[in-house]
Design a protein around this ligand. Sequence first.
Ligand SMILES: [Zn+2]
Length: 128
Amino acid sequence: MRKLLKKELKIYKEKLLKLRDEVSEEIKSLSEDVLMKTQAEASGDISSHSFHLADAASGNFERDFSLGLASNETQVLREIDLALRKIEDGSYGICEGCGKPIPKRRLDVLPYVKFCTKCQKNLEKQSP
Ligand SMILES: [Zn+2]
């Protein structure tokens, strides 16, 4: 397998930049959502009309869910930044596990992956 061409790197860079925008927006709206709910709860807006324990519980669940999503997205954002840095230093598209080029069809789906399919599988086997 050959290394990526400059032309191809440029395409991945654009993909990553676009993805970074999308993920940033996602995180922003998730955080605003959580913030709004938290403020509403704190000021008692939610409880003023019909307060039920079940409602409060599901509110918490939703908030935790949003927070979980936001932290996943933050992780993705970090991976994207790392990938962009790799494009700059010329190590993009190389598996961090075995040092071989990551197949393009894999990069097409997940432009910020760090491992080839084989190394990824090995990693997943190791973690519980
Ligand atoms: Zn590998």
